[in-house]
Structures are given as structure tokens and as C-alpha cells.
Design a protein around this ligand. Structure first.
Ligand code: FES
Length: 185
């Protein structure tokens, strides 16, 4: 993903006025509701992401203006916290825990399987927009490792087969081909 000189990713419209009206409304409402709170930047960014699934780069300027901060400051916070997305997510969002307890219970193999099956790397959305794969560091479900979330729903003791069930519909076309060819006839 390329970026302009401010480090702002070039995804979606550059100008706030060019965002769809509903997205403009979300950003304006978040600013209005939260701008007077101390430390308002994070709550505003969270509110926008929770409503839209991402923080459009075109929202950076009005948020910075409302908080009397520079665009670079807002952009710095967005890139520091990996939870914020600067591009729209896929239709399914899968997060796999990479923390210690899950690693000890086979998360590395699960990650390798997930990347192969979905044909996507961590932090990426597949080109057809079907799925986004993200790492996460402890889901508070360590006793049932390895843990993942699918569209925000937590699942524990996830085997490869369970992963395949949970991600059904998001597998890459070549994974389907392979599954068909491996099926006993
Ligand atoms: S280490 Fe994975 S849920 Fe805690």
C-alpha cells in the first residue's frame, strides 16, 4: 500500500467530502460526541472503526482539526496501534492468537494452515475482499488454546478441521480445488 508524504495510506477518497455521506456522518457524529473528553483521539478512532470496520484516511484531517492536532499526530496514533485498519476489512475477519499459551498449543501450525487455506498473509485482506487475517496477542482464552475469533466470536481449541469449518466460504479457490482432489472417490 503506498502512502502520501504524511504517511497516510492511499486507500479510498483523499478528501473527506468525497467519502460516502453515511461514512461522513459516522465520522462527524464520533467527533461531536467525543471531542470534549480528555484524550478524545483514541475513543474517536475506535468509534469510527467500530462503525465502519476501518478508519478512512480521509477522516484523519477533520479529526485532527477538531482536536487541534496535526494530521501527522493522528496518523502516528493510527499506525502505532495495530488494531486500527487503514483499509476496509474483508467480509470475514479472522484473528489468530499469537501469544505464548496458544503458541505452546500449536498456534504456529494453525497460522501456517490458515495462510495456506485462505491464501492471505497476516495483516492482509485477500484481493477478492472475502477475508482479512490478523494476529492478536491473547484473547483471554489461554486455557482453551489455540484461540481465534471469527467476526468477533471467540473459539477455543481450534484444530485445522475446526478452522476449516469456521472459515467456510472464505477459502481460496485453489484450497477448494485441493480439497476436492484429496477427497476419496
Ligand atoms: S495466549 Fe492465546 S488466548 Fe491467551
Amino acid at each position: 500500500m503506498s502512502a502520501d508524504p504524511m504517511g497516510v495510506p492511499e486507500v479510498g477518497p483523499k478528501k473527506f467530502e468525497d467519502l460516502p455521506a453515511a461514512e461522513q456522518e459516522v465520522v462527524k457524529s464520533a467527533i461531536q460526541a467525543l471531542q470534549h473528553r480528555p484524550g478524545a483521539l483514541l475513543p474517536i478512532l475506535h468509534a469510527v472503526q467500530s462503525a465502519l470496520g476501518w478508519v478512512p484516511p480521509a477522516a484523519v484531517a477533520p479529526i485532527a482539526r477538531a482536536l487541534n492536532q496535526s494530521r501527522a499526530e493522528v496518523q502516528g496514533v493510527l499506525s502505532f496501534y495495530h488494531d486500527f485498519r487503514s483499509a476496509p476489512p474483508g467480509r470475514q475477519i479472522i484473528k489468530i492468537c499469537r501469544a505464548e499459551a496458544c503458541q505452546a498449543m500449536g498456534a504456529d501450525e494453525l497460522v501456517a494452515h490458515a495462510k495456506r487455506r485462505l491464501d492471505v498473509e497476516f495483516g492482509e485482506t485477500r484481493a477478492d475482499g472475502a477475508v482479512t487475517l490478523e494476529p492478536v496477542y491473547c484473547l483471554g482464552n489461554c486455557a482453551c488454546a489455540p484461540a481465534i475469533t471469527v467476526d468477533g466470536v471467540l473459539h477455543g481449541r481450534v484444530s485445522r478441521d475446526r478452522f476449516d469449518q469456521l472459515s467456510r466460504g472464505s477459502e481460496a479457490p485453489q484450497s477448494l480445488e485441493q480439497a476436492r482432489s484429496e477427497r476419496p472417490s
